[in-house]
Design a protein around this ligand. Structure first.
Ligand code: ASP
Length: 286
């Protein structure tokens, strides 16, 4: 039965992807989706699946997250990440962290803690207390000259219908120190709720936050099919002349992908189907 299938989708950012990064991003997305799929296929949890997939993308210098993050106006890395458990509606998020290789691990560790979001030094201290790996002096964290929007994200569904979502980013290159975008904000850069679905976004963080874009897509998922729900990003982004890309799974694990950026890197796997990965071009979508 379709509703007993696991499914996973990942993205590697909605942006204008330079030619030299297209193959690495396609391959990075495929590898992350495959790693998450193995967890789901063996009966592992959706939270582990999205965490592992996003960790792999954070570890890959082709993406703007974790070790591949861009730098802000002060030449510093400041990363944000969020994760959500669709079964409990628990959220864990960190923002403006400078020293973590895998911000999504800290967000994951936050899931059962009372705060939704920790920022800066407090988030780093929390990560340290949980034994999460920190960069040491002299170890490179940033990728100088990062280009465009290339946040990473993942949504997953297990055979029981539980869903989860995670998003992680190095933010936008050259922004003011302390700037936080949509990525760690539930309802903006991600959301997950069993019985409805799971969503992860990339794009202009201020526009995504101002329009509560993940919440709008979730609302669309209550009545529309996966493809139509993904298209809920178009009108708000057009109104603000902004760019975004979304991946989603509906309650049965059907995949929706839409973007109005020139390119969007994504991959997905659904139980019983061949994996799909690639770069989507705007002229073919939306
Ligand atoms: N949405 C991210 C942010 O504004 C950027 C991105 O998607 O690459 O921080």
């Amino acid at each position: 039965m379709a509703e007993d299938r696991w499914a996973i989708a990942v993205h590697g950012g909605a942006c204008d992807i330079p030619a030299d990064l297209q193959a690495p991003r396609r391959e990075g997305c495929a590898a992350a989706a495959k790693a998450g799929a193995m967890i789901l296929a063996s009966g592992g949890s959706v939270l582990d699946a999205v965490k592992v997939a996003v960790c792999l993308l954070e570890d890959d210098p082709a993406f703007n997250a974790g070790g591949g993050s861009v730098t802000n106006a002060d030449g510093e890395v400041e990363m944000d990440a969020g994760i959500m458990d669709g079964a409990t509606l628990d959220v864990g998020a960190v923002a403006c962290v400078r020293s973590l290789y895998n911000p999504v691990e800290a967000a994951h560790a936050m899931l059962r803690e009372p705060p939704v979001l920790l920022v800066g030094a407090g988030a780093e201290a929390f990560a340290r207390s949980r034994g999460i790996a920190e960069a040491r002096a002299g170890m490179p964290l940033a990728t100088p000259g990062g280009r465009g929007h290339d946040t990473v994200g993942c949504v997953a569904r297990d055979r029981k219908g539980h869903v989860a979502a995670a998003t992680s980013t190095g933010g936008l290159a050259g922004t003011l120190a302390g700037r936080v975008g949509d990525a760690p904000l539930p309802g903006s850069g991600f959301y997950a709720e069993d019985g409805i679905g799971a969503v992860s976004l990339s794009g202009d963080g201020e526009a995504i936050a101002r329009t509560l874009l993940a919440a709008r897509v979730m609302r669309a998922l209550e009545t529309a099919d996966a493809s139509a729900a993904a298209e809920a990003i178009f009108a708000p982004m057009a109104r603000l002349a902004a760019e975004a890309g979304v991946i989603l799974l509906d309650r049965e694990g059907r995949v929706g992908i839409a973007h109005n950026s020139p390119h969007f890197a994504a991959a997905f796997v659904r139980e019983g189907m061949e994996p799909v990965s690639g770069i989507v071009w705007k002229e073919n979508n939306g």
